[in-house]
Design a protein around this ligand. Structure first.
Ligand SMILES: C[S@@+](CC[C@H](N)C(=O)[O-])C[C@H]1O[C@@H](n2cnc3c(N)ncnc32)[C@H](O)[C@@H]1O
Length: 241
């Protein structure tokens, strides 16, 4: 399932690139698992929403040959353009700045696939977000999301070992598979075709913790406290009707 990621990682220069561009659990590995549940091909136009530094974009462009709009809020399109040039994907990877909460600058029905890895939880936790995105995907196309989650809703009963890490923002964004299923079930115009816990959770987190990114260093203590008890990665795929 992870042939592209494993091969990419086997090269030392690529490993350095990966470590420098990860912003959370290894987005290339998570993307490769999510993509394995979709029929992606070179004729497709994909919106990679919340692409960060573009590891998911790289996977979609290089493994499948797809055209990708790499849209992000925190990472500038100029930074991503320079990175895409350096790795030879700037021909069919278009960096763009968006804030998903403010509406997207695309035509209705423009994309075959809306793909989002480790980003959707930041902005997709409202009943309004999914319905606002559906029109940009053509009928018969898909919306595929992978988010960090928890095995059950903590509510008021946050486990003691997780309390140091459970601030308001984490509580707002990190949810269980059942919570996401309920939220997506409210949306009209889609059929949920797949919801599951992802297999790559531990490996993708372990890879992230090797990154020199200061946030990764901060996450080491959290992952030690969590110790495989609570966290998962949740995959959601819906077909646009
Ligand atoms: C943890 S980073 C992950 C980046 C990348 N997907 C990865 O996995 O490496 C979360 C990303 O979500 C993006 N994001 C957060 N809020 C957003 C919004 N309202 N619209 C678009 N992107 C957003 C940020 O810009 C950031 O790059």
């Amino acid at each position: 399932m992870y042939t592209f990621t494993n091969q990419f990682n086997s090269d030392n220069n690529n490993m350095e690139f990966l470590k420098a561009t990860m912003m959370g659990p290894n987005a290339m590995r998570v993307s490769e698992e999510l993509a394995s549940y979709l029929n992606i091909d070179a004729n497709m136009r994909i919106l990679d929403l919340g692409c960060g530094c573009g590891l998911s974009t790289l996977l979609l462009r290089k493994k499948y040959g797809a055209s990708v709009f790499a849209a992000d809020l925190w990472i500038s399109p100029t930074e991503n353009y320079e990175r895409f040039q350096s790795i030879g994907i700037d021909d069919k990877a278009v960096p763009i700045s968006v804030d998903a909460t403010k509406g997207l600058p695309f035509a209705n029905g423009y994309f075959d696939l809306l793909f989002s890895v480790d980003a959707y939880h930041n902005f997709g936790d409202t009943a309004e977000m999914l319905p606002s995105l559906i029109p940009f995907v053509k009928k018969g196309g898909h919306i595929a999301v992978a988010v960090p989650g928890i095995k059950y809703e903590f509510g008021e009963n946050v486990p003691d070992e997780m309390k140091p890490f459970w601030n308001e923002e984490v509580a707002r964004t990190i949810h269980s598979l059942a919570w996401w299923k309920d939220l997506w079930s409210e949306a009209e115009g889609i059929e949920i075709t797949d919801i599951r816990e992802m297999n790559c959770c531990k490996q993708a987190w372990d890879e992230w913790l090797t990154s020199p990114n200061p946030h990764a260093a901060g996450d080491i203590k959290m992952m030690e406290a969590e110790n495989g008890q609570y966290f998962n990665l949740v995959q959601l795929i819906a077909k646009v009707l």
